[in-house]
Design a protein around this ligand. Structure first.
Ligand SMILES: [Cu+2]
Length: 256
């Protein structure tokens, strides 16, 4: 019995730790965030559901919607997605060829993810902006996701050390005092944390729905504005809450 209860305590601890310490993030990561004349016009976009700092991938089902917004026009790209395994987990990938100058906003709507450790579903709506061929127009436009981070800082051409500001919108309206989780895409696990709270940075929006974060290091950074959905999802005869998240990914480069 003692051993059983030890195992049980261990299990509960694991559940508590994984449930609180590691934040989930929907990810859309382009091979290049700024495409110039000299660059290849063909980019690869990787789509993950994961813990970016921990570099732990989760199984991601094929999204419900995947598209790109350009010149305020949306194009469906769902059928271009191909399945890729990363560390034996389901992820998605596509290639996209830039044809015209401007800002391209890639976005998706996922299948809700069941998180047994938290007794809830998670639906993250990530987006990323790719700037092409010098015409810097479109990055501040809203895609119209249920929860969305609309950047107030141009989301490309960012130095490490810059602040990044955005406004969180829920159904198109600024969301005051909402939680925004920030994580570094810790490629190769290079960054080690001194203590657990460094993994996920937590900030809140102000009364106008605006948040600010100073980026300490070059690389990809994810911002996730989280909110409980107004609906529930039924599973095995029970209704469960749904965490919806508006995510944006930005890349910072080091000033050398
Ligand atoms: Cu998680």
């Amino acid at each position: 019995m003692k051993m059983f209860s030890n195992v049980l305590t261990g299990l509960i601890l694991v559940i508590l730790i994984t449930g609180t310490a590691f934040a989930h993030f929907g990810v859309i990561m382009p091979s290049e965030d700024i495409v110039e004349q000299k660059d290849s016009k063909k980019i690869t976009l990787k789509i993950y559901f994961m813990h970016p700092f921990e570099q732990q991938w989760l199984n991601m089902e094929k999204p419900k919607i995947f598209g790109v917004m350009f010149n305020e026009e949306k194009t469906d790209l769902l059928n271009t997605l191909i399945n890729k395994k990363v560390k034996s987990k389901n992820t998605w990938e596509t290639q996209f060829t830039i044809k015209r100058p401007g800002d391209y906003i890639f976005y998706l709507e996922p299948q809700p993810y069941w998180e047994p450790a938290e007794d809830k579903f998670i639906a993250h709506y990530p987006k990323v902006v790719v700037q092409a061929l010098g015409k810097e127009e479109g990055w501040d436009k809203e895609v119209g996701l249920p929860v969305e981070i609309v950047p107030l800082t141009r989301p490309y051409g960012i130095w490490a050390g810059n602040v990044f500001q955005g406004v969180v919108k829920l159904n198109g309206k600024p969301l005051a005092f909402a939680d925004v989780e920030v994580e570094y895409f810790n490629e190769g696990g290079k960054v080690k944390v001194p203590k657990e709270p460094y993994i996920t940075q937590i900030i809140k929006t102000d009364a106008n729905g605006v948040f600010t974060y100073a980026i300490p290091r070059a690389g990809w950074w994810g911002f996730a504005a989280l909110q409980e959905a107004s609906y529930k999802i039924r599973k095995d005869g029970k209704e469960y809450p749904v965490e919806i998240g508006g995510i944006i990914w930005i890349k910072a480069r080091e000033m050398k």
